[in-house]
Design a protein around this ligand. Structure first.
Ligand SMILES: [Fe+2]
Length: 404
């Protein structure tokens, strides 16, 4: 691994601040070399109201130039780093949107495509938008150079193999993602389906640890104090929010309590949301986070809890079919998801073990940490928004939706 470059501030992408997404106009990018001269990770923070987790674009060097997998918003900083790679390794030839449903990965694609007018844009099948499904060209994708993976072929097969997960009918839309194995390095790129959550805050927060310090407190009238312990506590709590939306260990206090702690001296500023802190963590909350780690407190490969309970609760077989297929990739050495830790050391046997563990444990339960996600799922089923028996559409090769 080569030394990691420090993040630098960048100007915001013009319309991104219109969305209520942290870090608003201060988007920074951390660029890391994952495999020297072959694979690079571009990371930014993204979230809502200080619940921010890393989101990653992976850059592959192929025989025919560079490929961008799951693009980030093309800030000036991102573009400068990509131009530097182009000068060393050739032009950006391919931009891949590997998911049909991950809005955070879809939104940046049109702007990135405009930044690289010579690149082909390949998108996962089953693209959709909400509340109205619009053609990709209406969403800003370049009509003449956008192709649909599988339906229009697969790019760079001399260097890559492609592994679809889904499609899975979610009612309002479809979940699908396209994993991609870079054979030369044995690196598998995935989007949202698999993650490895690190026990320590990612390096990305070193430029501005404010979200960690905000969540590391217990009350709104406590100041934001920067210590390694506060950062760790804040990271663990943010991961719990991102994983379960409303963790079991957190309560929302009444408005009277929230406002009584607000506007204390030193907290009358936007950085601390003026002392508004609508969370009350119960004793022993750390156990809920530790359950997301491996037995020695290390990052562990897993299906993201949100996906297990809201995307795959009744489609475990589709997920296992995909995992077991990946478990036959003997050259697999590394996994690079679009969120959290990367690269994660990963062999074919590790994926087979994960599939077996999923087969043998209760799936998409509704108790404890999972109760809030289960409530959302049950409500959506009751309202008819998602089907009670979602259709695994893997066999519907003639389905016109596969052509996006
Ligand atoms: Fe994502």
């Amino acid at each position: 691994m080569t030394p990691v470059e420090q993040p630098r501030p960048s100007q915001s992408w013009p319309w991104w601040p219109l969305l209520p997404l942290y870090p608003y106009g201060q988007r920074r990018t951390l660029v890391r070399t994952l495999i020297p001269d072959q694979i690079w990770s571009f990371e930014q923070l993204q979230g809502i109201f200080y619940v921010a987790v890393p989101i990653r674009m992976t850059v592959l060097r192929l025989r025919e130039g560079l490929l961008l997998y799951a693009p980030l918003p093309p800030t000036e900083e991102v573009l400068a780093e990509l131009r530097a790679l182009e000068r060393r390794f050739g032009a950006v030839r391919t931009i891949v949107l590997p998911t049909s449903s991950g809005l955070e990965h879809k939104l940046p694609v049109p702007a990135m495509a405009r930044a690289f007018p010579g690149a082909e844009v390949w998108v996962s099948p089953q693209q959709w938008s909400f509340p109205i499904s619009l053609p990709l060209a209406w969403l800003g994708f370049p009509r003449c150079r956008t192709r649909v993976l599988l339906a229009d072929g697969l790019p760079h097969q001399e260097d890559l193999s492609w592994h679809p997960l889904g499609p899975i009918d979610l009612g309002a839309g479809t979940f699908m993602e396209m994993a991609c194995l870079h054979r030369a390095s044995g690196t598998l790129l995935v989007t949202d389906a698999l993650v490895a959550i690190p026990p320590a805050p990612p390096q990305l927060f070193e430029a501005d640890p404010t979200p960690l310090l905000f969540h590391g407190r217990d009350r709104g009238d406590q100041p934001l104090i920067d210590t390694p312990e506060q950062r760790r506590r804040g990271w663990w709590r943010m991961v719990l929010f991102a994983s379960y939306l409303r963790p079991e260990s957190v309560d929302v206090p009444g408005l009277k309590e929230v406002f009584s702690q607000a506007l204390q001296p030193g907290l009358r500023q936007p950085r601390s949301y003026f002392g508004l802190y609508p969370f009350r963590w119960s004793q022993g909350w750390e156990r809920e986070f530790k359950a997301l780690l491996g037995p020695r407190g290390e990052a562990r490969l897993q299906v993201a809890p949100v996906l297990e309970r809201l995307v795959f609760p009744r489609c475990r077989e589709a997920l296992l079919h995909w995992l077991e297929g990946l478990g036959e990739l003997k050259q697999l050495r590394w996994l690079v998801p679009a969120h959290y830790d990367a690269p994660m050391a990963c062999s074919a046997g590790d994926l087979q073990d994960l599939a077996l563990a999923i087969r043998q444990r209760p799936w998409a339960v509704s108790e404890g940490s999972w109760a809030y996600l289960a409530g959302i799922d049950e409500t959506l089923v009751r309202w008819g928004v998602v089907p009670s028996e979602p259709r695994d559409e893997r066999d519907s090769e003639n389905d016109p939706k596969l052509r996006a």
